[in-house]
Ligand binder design. Structure first.
Ligand code: BGC
Length: 788
């Protein structure tokens, strides 16, 4: 068996998973006030100058060892990788040198114990910052980030992350490693689920909303946490969609696409960033001075600090970039990386670097200062401990569950609804029996996705429970499990206590799988409607969960086609972290819902949509490929010499259309919307503002929410420009027959791009197209000209 870092990492994960599972049981529900207000209106009593003075004064008292302690994030358990480097238990280091941060401890008692060590047994009594992956909820788990992005509802996303922050903070977590803002254009990459999809404009808007949700308007509110935009930068472009593989991204794509959401996070005040694992253009992101210094500090004037991804400083040697661990510490530190996550490399080798004169004390001070400032800004010196009395009322606030249900409803994308099969009639008059089929219908933690299930989460509602609850006694609901779902190559996150709770499904023989399909078919035949719940268990999406094929795995396609052959009305509900190859279903299954990983209230949210108590309003944040052969795929590509509109030579493959199965921005509703009356300022000077307005009308019979999207195209310039680019959107609630005029402004931020010819940002005096509509194929068209 393969030894080395991967294996050590496994042991380490095992140890930290045990720690995570020590979260105490949660008592009965009790109400507390809604969280949003305090953080959003909270103002730090200290000015920036006062914070700097305090941090500088403290820094002056510190020894080199203590400073390097602050540049280190210690693993909350004795990882073998860490020990191998520093040859000392983590807690001894904490006592001797203090620590910038500790991660992967979630038990509030353990947090308090370690904080007491930091405050009482170290020379300078500097509090520790406790960090954890609170990605889409701590106890109340919200839909996965790609789902939240599908809502296009910025206020709601902010509220959800504010709740996540409030729960985490009550449990002693002061720092979340979120939001993940990596642009992902390749559904083979497993971590697409953790981000906001393929588009820089939507990605930036969602990044901003998440930062505001986690931190509030100003960092330091007592019920918020420090956010961390990750993984800086280009992680989503991994070669072949293989997690951790190298990314090759030209500078213009970095500026125009991959860096855009990071910039938005920085502008929203994000206090920290995490450097990515992979090589970016042959220089690992964790040792990449262009990224960490030139872009982040010089171009963006970022004032916070950067932490590496887990063990990524040490990995610089594995990459073949650093000759040894001292060289790894040197390259990461001098590139601009403030804090070493869990590898102990800074602890061991930065003192040597200073002694040998390769790194100056001034450089060390500059790296430590933002970490100390963050601790002062967050009030950790005054309030370092977890207040246990706040924990249970906060985690059990019923408002949190209500919000999770609303977010689930608004994150589910209706992809197909032939003959208006949905919503289903719940009165019992037309439908008397429903067959719910598929192992994911019974899954609970699988609805949470991996990070959602990391810290022992609160209870979740399965799809089956949600449907049963809604059907009540009016409709008979029966269940067939169907085939088990498993990966061909197991996840390294498997076999840990934490993933055991995720109910990995054992592999089956073909005969067992076929028998389960026969049972499902028999049940469908006896029922009036079949609801098939298919997709991916949580370990099939996320970190280390890339796929070469997007097909429904584990006999699910056979199940689908067999149940469809019964001729019963069929609804397909997808639970997954990425678009899957559903080309057959898209032609044969009348109703399809993409529910992603919908979180604690997922089952209720799905049932609300199925039975029409909520009207679908989500839209895809990614182009949906027809098959994995089309990936990477994204709507905002350039025209090429033979664009889709050309009479011939237009297809990129001879065996597949070049268009996606569903375009970016697409999503149906139980009502319909029409768009007209487009008005566009015909011309403006470069530097001026173009105003655009259009009417959206609810032309159907139900109330619903439209997502009005604005796209532009620059017809010529110093570089080829994408066929379309999203530059505005608004989610609008409309009663039947109601009309609203939506207004957009196109100014410098929307019209500029980073020109590879000019090597700078530019707004060019050119002719532009503009479209407004319900997805990226919107037809309502206008144009404008920018003049010199
Ligand atoms: C992941 C990060 C995560 C970190 C800490 C890494 O494996 O890539 O996204 O924040 O672990 O848990």
């Amino acid at each position: 068996m393969k030894q080395g870092p991967a294996r050590r990492r496994l042991y380490f994960l095992f140890a930290f998973a045990i720690l995570l599972y020590q979260t105490p049981p949660i008592a009965a529900q009790s109400a507390s006030s809604h969280p949003i207000e305090s953080g959003s209106t909270w103002a730090n009593p200290l000015t920036d100058a006062q914070i700097r003075d305090k941090a500088t004064a403290l820094l002056r008292q510190m020894t080199l060892d203590e400073k390097i302690g602050q540049l280190s994030q210690l693993p909350g358990s004795d990882s073998s990788e860490f020990k191998e480097t520093v040859k000392q238990p983590m807690e001894e280091i904490l006592k001797q040198r203090g620590a910038g941060s500790i991660l992967w401890v979630s038990d509030p008692k353990e947090i308090n114990r370690l904080q007491h060590v930091a405050l009482e047994q170290t020379r300078l009594h500097i509090p520790v910052l406790f960090g954890l992956d609170v990605i889409h909820g701590y106890h109340t788990i919200f839909p996965a980030p790609i789902a939240m992005a599908s809502s296009w509802d910025l206020k709601m996303v902010e509220e959800a992350q504010a709740v996540a922050a409030q729960e985490a903070r009550a449990a002693g977590i002061q720092w979340t490693f979120a939001p993940m803002v990596d642009i992902a254009r390749d559904a083979r990459w497993g971590r697409m689920v953790e981000g906001a999809g393929e588009d820089p404009y939507l990605g930036a808007a969602i990044a901003r909303a998440q930062v505001l949700g986690f931190q509030g308007k100003q960092l330091g509110a007592p019920d918020r946490v420090l956010a961390c935009a990750k993984h800086f930068a280009g992680y989503g472009a991994a070669d072949g969609g293989r997690d951790y593989d190298s990314s090759y991204i030209p500078e213009e794509q970095m500026w125009n696409t991959y860096l855009v959401p990071f910039k938005a996070a920085v502008d929203a005040g994000v206090g920290s960033l995490m450097s990515a694992y992979m090589d970016l253009n042959d220089v690992p992101a964790t040792g990449n001075r262009w990224l960490l210094h030139d872009v982040l500090r010089d171009a963006w004037n970022f004032q916070g600090f950067v932490v590496s991804d887990a063990f990524a400083v040490r990995s610089l040697r594995t990459h073949g970039y650093a000759s040894d661990l001292q060289d790894a510490a040197h390259k990461a530190f001098t590139a601009g990386l403030n804090m070493d996550m869990a590898s102990g490399t800074y602890l061991k080798y930065l003192p040597v670097e200073v002694q040998q004169g390769h790194v100056s004390m001034q450089q060390i001070d500059e790296a430590v200062l933002p970490i100390l400032e963050t601790k002062f800004r967050m009030g950790l010196f005054e309030h370092p401990y977890v207040d246990a009395s706040r924990l249970e009322p906060t985690l059990n606030d019923p408002a949190h569950q209500e919000l999770a249900r609303k977010v689930a409803q608004r994150s589910i994308v209706l992809l197909r609804n032939e003959g208006s099969l949905l919503p289903l009639d719940k009165s019992g008059k037309t439908i008397h029996s429903i067959a719910v089929i598929g192992s994911l219908a019974e899954a609970d933690t699988d609805l949470l996705s991996m990070w959602g299930a990391l810290v022992k989460p609160g209870p979740s509602v399965t799809v089956l429970q949600g449907i049963r609850e809604k059907a009540g006694s009016a409709i008979h609901v029966a269940y067939a499990h169907g085939p088990n779902l498993s990966r061909d190559f197991p996840s390294p996150f498997e076999n840990l206590p934490i993933t055991a709770a995720l109910k990995e499904q054992p592999s089956q023989t073909a005969q067992e799988a076929h028998q389960s399909i026969d049972e499902a078919v028999a049940l469908a035949k006896q029922s009036d409607v079949a609801v098939l719940v298919l997709g991916e268990i949580d370990l099939m999406s996320g970190e280390y969960a890339s796929r070469s094929s997007l097909k429904l795995s584990s006999h699910q396609e056979e199940l689908l086609e067999a149940v469809s052959a019964t001729g019963k009305p069929l609804v397909l509900v997808l639970i997954n972290g990425r678009p899957l190859d559903i080309s057959w279903a898209a032609e044969h299954v009348p109703a399809i819902l993409e529910a992603w990983y919908p979180g604690s209230q997922g089952g209720n949210g799905i049932a609300d949509i199925l039975f029409g108590d909520a009207n679908p309003s989500a839209h895809l944040p990614v182009s949906w490929p027809r098959s994995s052969g089309q990936t990477p795929i994204y709507y905002n590509h350039n025209l090429t010499q033979n664009p889709e509109t050309a009479p011939d030579f237009k297809s990129r493959y001879w065996d597949l259309q070049s268009t996606p199965l569903y375009p970016f921005g697409y999503g149906l509703s139980y009502t319909s919307f029409s768009f007209d009356n487009l008005k566009v300022t015909p011309t403006a000077n470069v530097g001026g503002v173009i105003e655009v307005s259009a009417d959206v009308t609810n032309s159907g019979a139900r109330a619903g929410d439209a997502v009005v999207q604005l796209y532009i195209h620059q017809r010529a310039g110093s570089a080829s420009r994408p066929i379309r680019q999203l530059k505005g959107f608004e989610k609008v609630a409309l009663e039947p027959g109601a009309k609203r005029t939506v207004h957009f402004k196109l100014g410098k931020d929307e019209l500029q791009f980073w020109s590879p010819a000019e090597k700078k940002w530019t707004v060019e005096p050119e002719q532009f197209d503009v479209w407004v509509g319900g997805d990226s194929s919107a037809a309502l068209h206008g144009e404008f000209r920018l003049t010199k």
